[in-house]
Write a new protein. Sequence first.
Length: 67
Amino acid sequence: MAWTQIELDALKSAYAAGTVVVQYDGKRIEYGSEADLLRRIRTIEAEISSQGGKAKPRVGYATFSRD
């Protein structure tokens, strides 16, 4: 199945909020438990990663100097 970043973001937001109800693209899905929700998140992340679609974490450093 083709997962979207929108779905993954919605799942992560719901998990972070401590709820098992996810809404995106006009859909409303209620998971049985937080463990079920986390399992779905991990499944989608693994599939996206295996397709090479996972973005690498980026870190930026700001510098400042007074001359």
